[in-house]
Design a protein around this ligand. Sequence first.
Ligand code: GRF
Length: 204
Amino acid sequence: MKWSRIAVFASGQGSNFAALAEAERAGQLGGGRIELLVSDRPEAPVAKRAEEAGIPALLLRPKDFASRELYEAEIVAELQRRDIGLIVLAGYMRLITPVLLTPYAGRIVNIHPSLLPAFAGKDAIGQALDYGVKLTGVTVHFVDGGMDTGPVIAQRSVAVEPGDTVESLAERIHQVEYELYPEVVRALAEGKVELEGRKTLIRE
Ligand code: GRF
């Protein structure tokens, strides 16, 4: 199984999905190829973006399955059919169960709009603003069974400006995400990310 064959999981707007697809088109994902979009919300804008980019999509409603495990088993079957090596979560709003985690251990990554471990979970940008931090940012991390708890691969900071709203800060955070995620996905696809315990290293 090759890490270069990528599935992106997303539930919403899919602007990170679009940034990754654009990076691939521009030759910036190295050997990485986005082979599949997986979404738990068939009506989400990201599904349309996949169609426009000519990327196949697996659109499944979890409530059409008897359990979360059966929903994920269907996804795993499709990932294996397509020989997917790397799962990239980009605004996928569900916790992953062992059905998906076990076969893809160490090969699932997520992007989160804060400097973890600060402000894990939902509405990270609102949480940071409410707390009053002066610096927040973006984290790309491996996914484990917890909520935003896996080993950190890369982080980039974004300053909070006086007068920032959730919208204005989100806009600057998104711009950083669109640069950072393709860089890290490229390194992963090329097998350049090493993991030892909680420590990661991106080799040149
Ligand atoms: C991003 O801010 C990402 O950090 C978080 O969910 C958001 C997804 O946005 N995990 P989009 O769907 O890529 O536009």
